[in-house]
Design a protein around this ligand. Structure first.
Ligand SMILES: [Zn+2]
Length: 373
């Protein structure tokens, strides 16, 4: 991770670089601010900058030297990742979850607690940084740095340190080894134990502006124009939230495509194609199929409203509106209620673990008949 990989935050980056360049790196640094602002990415970029063997005059790590390459593959020998986990039996150290944590960093460098819970396979878990992890850190930090000036602990969410763990680490934070740095990133620093908090040097990372989030979506996800602006506004400066909203809108596009295909093939009575459509839909899995059927009901409702000229289509996306202007004449008072019925029946059958391919094909055949009314 290089500073240039992270959008915005020019002042924070300048300050972090300044600490390193002037040789005044605090032994315990805390990046605090709201979630989804790239604090942990900044911590990683800082560590890579500290370890880089060939820093660039522009004030960034080179991205090419052995130290940078090790950082970029999460294998730097003097860098330790520490983060909240759930207990596996009696063991509860970060190392046990390193593969999952690397995936998380790869997947979304802005980090997201909810995504982390899903990766831990337990959305209801309350992951913590346990005393076993603190002991593990003490053990690792007892050795001198292998190849670099500093060993760096990158800690994600120090607010999740158990009190016992925090007490163990306190001495290290108070009287650190001369070659040890703690860099922590907190989404909610008010919850950090005061004994730890008071001993850190703090840097505040502010939320992104909507324009910055929109620009990031455009550059990384090829989402531009009004869509990016709309998502950015909803995300309120939280890039992780914006990324989640994109996946929702991608899902919606998939459902629209499936819906259009159903209606077109039903209109042309392409029975073989509808059988394939039913199979494709079944392949999405039960959960998404239920969501798709809910989507169908919504589209039918919106098109009926459009047909009877109650023109308030704010809830449709541009793509949905485009299709609906031509499709809405087919949804009328003779078939609308029956269409809702067959969609609800299909939902109930899917929920009851029925054969999805058969249920979908049956639904499609009924749509053929109803579109003619
Ligand atoms: Zn380098």
């Amino acid at each position: 991770m290089r500073f240039s990989d992270i959008p915005g935050h020019a002042e924070v980056k300048e300050r972090l670089r300044g600490m390193v360049d002037s040789g005044r790196m605090p032994h315990a640094l805390l990046l605090e601010g709201p979630a989804g602002t790239g604090k942990f990415a900044l911590a990683r970029a800082l560590a890579q900058y500290i370890h880089c063997e060939n820093r660039l005059p522009s004030g960034d790590s080179c991205g090419r030297c052995p130290a940078c390459q090790q950082h970029q593959t999460y294998n730097h020998i003097d860098t330790v990742y520490s983060f909240p986990v759930v207990k596996k039996g009696s063991v509860a150290v970060s190392d046990d979850y390193l593969p999952e944590f690397r995936e998380q960093m790869d997947d979304n460098p802005f980090m997201d607690f909810e995504q982390w819970l899903m990766r831990l396979d337990n959305i209801n878990a309350q992951p913590q940084i346990y005393v076993e992890e603190a002991n593990d850190l003490l053990r690792k930090l007892a050795y001198t740095a292998h190849g670099s000036r500093y060993k760096i602990v990158l800690m994600w969410l120090p607010e999740r340190l158990k009190e016992e763990a925090a007490n163990k680490l306190l001495k290290l934070v108070e009287e650190p080894h001369p070659d040890t740095l703690f860099v922590m990133a907190s989404d909610n620093s008010r919850l950090i134990l005061p004994t730890i908090y008071s001993r850190t040097q703090r840097v505040t990372v502010k939320r992104y502006s909507d324009a910055e989030v929109a620009a990031y979506l455009a550059s990384q996800y090829s989402i531009g124009g009004d869509d990016a602006v709309q998502i950015a506004r909803l995300a309120a400066g939280n890039v992780s939230e914006a990324i989640k909203l994109i996946s929702v809108s991608k899902e919606r596009q998939l459902y629209l495509d499936m819906f259009i295909e159903l209606m077109r093939k039903a209109y042309t009575r392409s029975v073989a194609d509808l059988r394939k459509w039913g199979t494709d839909l079944a392949a999405l899995g039960r959960e998404r199929e239920m969501q798709f059927l809910e989507y169908c009901a919504r589209m039918i409702r919106e098109n009926f409203i459009l047909n009877i000229r109650v023109l308030d289509l704010n809830s449709l996306t541009a793509a949905e509106q485009q299709f609906s202007t031509r499709f809405s004449p087919f949804i009328n008072e003779r078939n609308v209620l029956r269409l809702f019925d067959i969609i609800n029946d299909a939902r109930a059958d899917i929920a009851a673990n029925g054969n999805a391919k058969l249920i979908n094909f049956d639904l499609a055949i009924k749509v053929i008949l109803l579109l003619k009314q």
